[in-house]
Design a protein around this ligand. Structure first.
Ligand code: AOS
Ligand code: ZN
Ligand code: ZN
Ligand code: ZN
Length: 409
């Protein structure tokens, strides 16, 4: 591909585009109907960090790994192993990314955690969050990713206003505690319109997340999980508005056809991914920020039931880079001209031209320059690494009495 200003801009934008891998995406997972085990699945933090490190080695784009407090650290109150964890990550060429508290697996959370009508459940949840904050600071992470399963299953079950009030109070306290105990880190507030609660969730949408963040303070930002929207939702508009308000914290990337399906990013609708990146690139352009300057955290949140986990992660990272690069190619001067002239077809064509551009050469060039595999997925698939890990881990499991774990139950 010839070196044009757009080409060079895309190359340097890719330098700042980092995609965080979820530790739980390397472990066995399933649906509520059951699990299909994979021999190569990771069963402890060390193996997850190993796998994440391998994805980073192939892509040079994934230096951090999101951790889940009770799946990756047995005891949330114990920060004494933080140095060991940091070193373990460093040994695999990565570092610890967002810290995800677990506010859904304790029996006491039957009616919710921070929103529960039961004061002792609320207190337990607060303690767990404070411990997660201490852990995050100790492992050198930069963010706390708050996702809560709180909600109700039936109309009348509880007071929606009381629950949201309790939640707001809790977020205000936690974000403020974070400013002292973990300076510089971001409090990320995720939302989801359904599941596991079926009648109402306590943070159903970005509006509710935004209200909480506005109350909680400047370190609180909204986390957009691309799977957490009702059908037809215009996610890029949410992204544009949150950027304008200075409240877009980051993403949990995945794709969906029906619900929170955890499909690989762009497997259903790659144009939607492009449109999200276009909004971010447009914001950075209009505000004079360099690409990556909007301070958005890009994280993957996918648990793969059937696809080999390493392949699915590499596929996702490459897809994200592809759509990100294309969004950098949008001719913004031309677009502004068409927009000003009210030329719909002209404006749409500018977007489509970038979306339809072939960026494979550009991505290969970037990967060569950064020590990544030129085609990470092909390299992984022909390397035999997954088969080898499968053999080793199956044998180790056998020796340990068949124990599995470390992800969604
Ligand atoms: C759940 O639906 C959410 O997407 C969570 O972000 C996530 O899967 C969980 O926090 C994993 O730790
Ligand atoms: Zn570079
Ligand atoms: Zn998520
Ligand atoms: Zn989800």
């Amino acid at each position: 591909m010839p070196s044009t200003p757009a080409h060079d801009r895309a190359l340097s934008a890719l330098d700042r585009f980092r995609v965080e891998l979820p530790s739980w995406g390397f472990a066995d997972t399933g649906t509520r109907f059951g699990k299909f085990f994979q021999d190569a699945a990771a069963s402890n933090l060390e193996e997850k960090l190993h796998d994440a490190g391998h994805v980073h080695q192939l892509t040079a784009a994934c230096p951090t790994v999101a951790v889940h407090v009770l799946w990756d650290f047995d005891d949330a109150s114990d920060t004494s192993s933080a140095e060991k964890t940091k070193k373990m990550a460093a040994d695999h060429g990565v570092s610890i990314g967002s810290v995800n508290p677990n506010l859904f697996q304790d029996q006491e959370y039957r009616h919710g955690s921070l929103c529960s009508p039961d004061a002792s459940a609320r207190e337990r949840a607060m303690t767990h969050c404070r411990e997660s904050i201490a852990l995050g600071a100790a492992v050198g992470s930069k963010s706390l990713a708050m996702w809560m399963a709180d909600g109700t299953n039936y109309p009348g079950q509880d007071s929606i206003r009381r629950r949201f009030g309790a939640l707001k109070e809790a977020y205000v306290q936690l974000a403020s505690h974070m400013r002292d105990a973990w300076p510089g880190a971001t409090f990320l507030a995720e939302y989801k319109p359904f599941e596991p609660a079926f009648y109402q969730t306590d943070i159903p949408d970005w509006g509710a997340s935004l209200l909480l963040c506005q109350a909680a303070g400047d370190n609180a930002k909204v986390l957009v999980d691309t799977g957490h929207h009702l059908p037809g939702c215009n996610i890029e508009q949410i992204v544009a508005l949150l950027l304008a308000e200075g409240r877009l914290g980051g993403f949990h990337f995945n794709d969906r056809k029906y619900a929170d399906d955890d499909l690989t990013l762009g497997s259903i609708d790659p144009y939607a991914v492009f449109r999200i990146f276009h909004e971010i690139a447009s914001f950075e352009h209009d505000t004079g920020l360099a690409p990556g300057g909007a301070g958005v955290d890009y994280m993957i949140d996918q648990s793969h039931n059937l696809k080999p986990k390493l392949e699915a992660m590499v596929q996702t990272v490459c897809e994200a880079q592809k759509q990100f690069a294309k969004a950098q190619l949008v001719d913004r001067a031309k677009l502004a001209e068409f927009q000003g002239a009210g030329d719909l077809v002209g404006a749409e064509t500018v977007l489509k031209e970038a979306y339809e551009a072939d960026v494979s050469g550009l991505l290969a060039e970037w990967r060569r320059a950064h020590g990544a595999a030129e085609d990470p997925l092909a390299t992984l698939r022909s390397s035999g690494v997954i088969e080898q890990l499968g053999k080793e881990r199956a044998a180790a499991r056998e020796a340990a009495g068949g124990q599995r774990g470390g992800g969604y139950a």
